[in-house]
Design a protein around this ligand. Structure first.
Ligand code: PTT
Ligand code: SF4
Length: 619
């Protein structure tokens, strides 16, 4: 086998045993890697009888055939498990040295099962696997733990960590690596914490096998094209932070718990402010020559002098969405989240939610223990500490907005900004029905990663309700959620610098020796999407189209500021888009795949199992 390393490492934490399995060639061809492998493993091995924190849940780290090769931006990994936040399929993507080291150690995937008896650091060094006592590292913040492990295993070691939030089972805890790369929004850090694993260290000494040595020259050409692309210089100055100005200009910057799309202090948290006043270093993932990591220094406040990497989602959710226009507080909250290993998007969302609930009289200051107030950085810093440590009322908020709203009741679900339990990332959709559809149909809950449709939607027209819009969302899901998440390489060269998509089938051919047309890749992507959808339905057998609806607020509470004042989503428009989406995907009116669709993708086994669980499938 070429392109793939051909091996899966399975570790049983309960028995401190491991086994190396051959990677099945059919699995590789049908699912490619990354998310595809993870979806198949979870479908086969983690059914509805397994809870997210049960030892039987799998924690999966999966590479793809392009991961770690000397090709533009290939230092990425998928982490996946049944999600404690949503109860459904959960994954995330993380740029890390661990991506390269996993593959050099000879594996395409690591699957953890069971629960270690005591806090453990798992060390994978080629074929050797050891279970080390985590000792003092348990309870430590991620930067410290990274440093201690680097001192022990070397600076080139690949290290994946869970922070104190993951150990304490904050439902939106993430995996952190390399001082500030984070992935696995649907609670992957909590799944690792539940397994008593503080960190996984990879060291590899092998070569990743490829079919055609020409790939080295093809990689060089790719790097050159990236380096010479229009927009390169600006990209490496600001990276995703350039999106703050863009979002403000287009009335989609989440403000006050997604109540508005414009923020009067947006300048304070903009890419320009970051670049001119806070950025001290440019950093990147391995194998990347368009490094977008904005390392910023905090100038004021309780973490003054601390350094943290800033991206757009962090600025939107820990800035405007809680009314903060002071970059120092955004950076302070961001550093806290990275050190504790909590997702910035969900953290910002749950703090915004409780602020709104407090303003509406649903929860008192006494109960929260703090008065949450838009823009009050100090109060949010204290609240964030409580949440990340599950202290006081922070214990309630650590459950995520859906569960908090279910507990509060009294109509509060209307402004719990989530889909399927995953908090919405930083794009307001009062006036963006296509983007709302992207959130509604994302396979992990409301995340922009599968279809960042908003920019395309603005070109087509916000008001347009058409099949073309729906096809655009699906096309994007195929490319971003399918190709990039299963070949496992960064999508940003393609998105930000127009790197030609046609390179990827060529790279896949050179790596694996197998011919993949773009059409073949879309079919693989559709197979993965249908399997993930079936996974959700198996977990929630009374599935209905409401599961794919965005929150009520966008339908009922119009924007009251900015050029789009008065806009809301219209439910008839959204329903129409959703119906067309289901038709295009071959799903019934509730979003359940039809038998003919599953058959066309080779998912016959799924049909029987869903039927056995009492799900009605249309022909
Ligand atoms: C991603 C989500 C994002 S998406 C951001 S900023 W972005 C937030 N980052 C967080 C953070 O930082 N710290 C923290 N404690 N929580 C955070 N939560 C949020 O998590 C990320 C980049 C970015 S920056 C994006 S868009 C692209 N995402 C890719 C993807 O998903 N797939 C892929 N093949 N390539 C991608 N390239 C880009 O990678 P999740 P990273 Mg992240 C500090 O993981 O769970 O998908 O959530 O991975 O290495 O940090 O790179 O404006
Ligand atoms: Fe990492 Fe940014 Fe490079 Fe992508 S473009 S690999 S996120 S540094």
């Amino acid at each position: 086998m070429k392109g793939w390393c051909g091996k899966i490492l399975r570790v049983d934490l309960t028995r401190t045993k491991h086994v190396i399995q051959a990677l099945d060639e059919k699995l590789a061809r049908d699912y490619l890697g990354g998310r595809g492998f993870a979806a198949k493993m979870l479908w086969d091995e983690v059914g509805p009888d397994v809870g997210p924190y049960d030892p039987e849940n799998l924690f999966i780290i999966a590479a793809g055939p392009l991961t770690g090769l000397l090709l533009p931006s290939s230092g990425k990994l998928v982490v996946a498990a049944k999600s404690p936040l949503t109860g459904g399929y959960g994954d995330g993507n993380i740029g890390t040295k661990a991506a390269v080291q996993l593959r050099k150690a000879g594996y395409d995937m690591l699957i953890l099962k069971g629960r270690a008896e005591k806090p453990t650091v798992l060390v994978v060094n080629d074929e050797s696997v050891s279970f080390k006592d985590a000792g003092d590292l348990w309870g430590s913040k991620t930067y410290h733990a990274q440093k201690v492990l680097e001192d022990e295993y070397g600076k080139d070691a690949g290290i994946l960590l869970t922070g104190p939030s993951g150990e304490k089972l904050v439902r939106f805890a993430v995996i952190v690596s390399d001082y500030g790369r984070a992935g696995g929004r649907p609670g992957l850090g909590a799944v690792l914490g539940s397994k008593n694993v503080k960190a996984i260290v990879f060291k590899g000494s092998g070569e990743i096998p490829v079919a055609d040595e020409e790939i080295a020259d093809m990689g060089k050409q790719g790097y050159e094209e990236v380096r010479n692309a229009k927009g390169y210089d600006f990209w490496i100055r600001q990276g995703t932070m350039m999106t703050v100005e863009w979002a403000q200009g287009n009335s989609v910057l989440p403000t006050w718990n997604f109540t508005e799309g414009v923020f009067d202090q947006a300048d304070g948290i903009s890419g320009k402010t970051m670049e001119e006043q806070f950025k001290v270093l440019r950093k990147g993932c391995p194998n990347c020559n368009m490094q977008c990591g904005n390392v910023c220094e905090i100038r004021e406040g309780p973490l003054k002098g601390g350094k943290t990497e800033l991206d757009y989602e962090n600025a939107g959710m820990l800035g405007s969405n809680i009314g903060i226009g002071d970059m120092n507080w955004v950076l302070t909250l961001n550093l806290l989240a990275d050190e504790m290993g909590a997702d910035t998007i969900s953290l910002g969302s749950v703090m915004a939610f409780i602020t709104e609930a407090h303003i509406k009289g649903l929860v008192s200051e006494d109960k929260i223990g703090i008065k949450p107030r838009w823009g009050d950085g100090e109060a949010y810093y204290r609240l964030a500490e409580m949440i990340c440590n599950r202290q006081g009322y922070g214990d309630v908020l650590a459950e995520g907005v859906r569960r908090v709203a279910l507990g509060l009741g009294r109509g509060s679900m209307a402004y719990a900004m989530h889909v399927k339990g995953l908090e919405i990332s930083a794009y307001d959709c009062h006036a963006a029905p296509g983007m709302a559809l992207a959130y509604g149909t994302s396979p992990i809950g409301a995340h922009h990663k599968d279809a960042w449709y908003i920019a395309w939607e603005l070109k087509l027209g916000r008001e347009v309700i058409s099949r073309e819009k729906v096809e655009g969302v699906i096309r994007m899901q195929r490319i971003r959620g399918g190709l990039f998440e299963s070949a496992v390489t960064c999508r940003l060269p393609w998105i930000e610098l127009n790197f030609n998509l046609e390179w990827y089938p060529k790279y896949l051919k050179a790596a694996t020796g197998l011919e993949f047309t773009l059409e073949d890749l879309w079919k693989i992507s559709d197979r993965i999407y249908n399997l993930i959808r079936s996974y959700w339905i198996r977990e929630y057998p009374d599935w209905s189209r409401e599961m794919d609806y965005p929150p009520e607020k966008w339908f009922t509470q119009p924007l009251s500021k900015g050029p789009l004042k008065g806009w809301t989503l219209k439910s008839s428009d959204y329903d129409q888009l959703l119906t067309w989406y289901y038709e295009a995907r071959g799903w019934d009116r509730n979003g359940i795949p039809k038998i003919s669709t599953l058959k066309s993708l080779g998912l016959e086994n799924v049909i029987d199992e869903l039927k056995d669980r009492g799900v009605k499938l249309e022909e």
